[in-house]
Design a protein around this ligand. Structure first.
Ligand SMILES: [Zn+2]
Length: 270
């Protein structure tokens, strides 16, 4: 499943290929994604120029004069830019034909992704109430510490809550807690200020490293159709059940928390 680093990698890959290009035509081949793709996009976006591509949480935001295209990759979505002459594949649901004989295509076998539209100054509900970006200044140890007071949930569920901070998915939550040496079972409200200070740095480092690793897969981005760079991470705990800890002589354990798999070392994570 694409996590924040993959989405940011996708954004960086798309940016030089689509910004300042004009849309020749819009094609919706399958409108039933997580939500229906608005059919007015075919008219709304025709002959419009792409001004900018940004990211908020795991949403890609493509700016036009009249508003923003809001795209989410869901479970299996990917976006590529290929020559318009290249044949479509079965799971290509949406295509923007650009003014340079290239096309931006959305591919999504499981169709949990979404393509929505928001007019200027009319933010979609799903973008409201999102917590700060993990790599921004707004996400810092004092805000995280303050938000944690009185919280009874475990620390892993707490940092995965998108009202607290966006983009810390299941893999990155386990990895960040390992790096910080904090047990995923610990109650969020009972962790000290000092430990939150370190955890904040660990979350930023894990995500920044993942994004930087992703950057190395970008070279042939425009040639990749359908499967751009979901990169294999170097993981310390995630998926390493029963394997030796790479920091102490303990063994990595797998437990289920809030219906999700958690991997941790019970010896060096306290
Ligand atoms: Zn260990």
């Amino acid at each position: 499943m694409p996590e924040l680093p993959e989405v940011e990698t996708t954004r960086r890959g798309l940016e030089p290929l689509i910004v300042n290009r004009q849309i020749k035509s819009v094609h919706i081949y399958q409108n039933r994604l997580r939500w229906e793709i608005p059919s007015h996009l075919c008219d709304t976006l025709k002959n419009q120029a792409i001004k900018k591509i940004s990211r908020r949480a795991k949403y890609l935001l493509i700016d036009f004069k009249l508003g923003q295209l809001v795209m989410h990759l869901g479970m299996s979505g990917s976006i590529s830019v290929v020559p318009t002459s290249e044949p479509l594949k079965k799971h290509h649901h949406f295509e923007l034909k650009l003014d340079n004989s290239m096309s931006m295509r959305f591919h999504d076998p499981r169709r949990f992704g979404s393509i929505l539209w928001q007019r200027n100054n009319k933010q979609l509900n799903l973008l409201k109430n999102l917590g700060p970006e993990p790599l921004s200044y707004e996400f810092n140890d004092s805000s995280l510490y303050r938000a944690s007071r009185g919280k009874k949930k475990n620390i892993k569920a707490f940092i995965m809550d998108s009202n607290i901070v966006v983009g810390v998915g299941n893999i990155y939550a386990s990895e960040s807690l390992f790096l910080a040496g904090i047990s995923p079972k610990r109650e969020a409200g009972k962790i000290s200020r000092n430990r939150y200070q370190f955890l904040t740095q660990c979350i930023k480092k894990i995500l920044a490293d993942a994004i930087n690793n992703g950057g190395t897969t970008l070279n042939d981005f425009s040639n990749v159709d359908g499967e751009p760079g979901y990169f294999a991470q170097v993981l310390s705990v995630y998926g390493r059940n029963n394997m030796p800890c790479n920091r102490c002589d303990g063994t990595i354990k797998r437990i289920i928390q809030n219906q999700r798999a958690t991997y941790y070392c019970s010896k060096c994570q306290r």
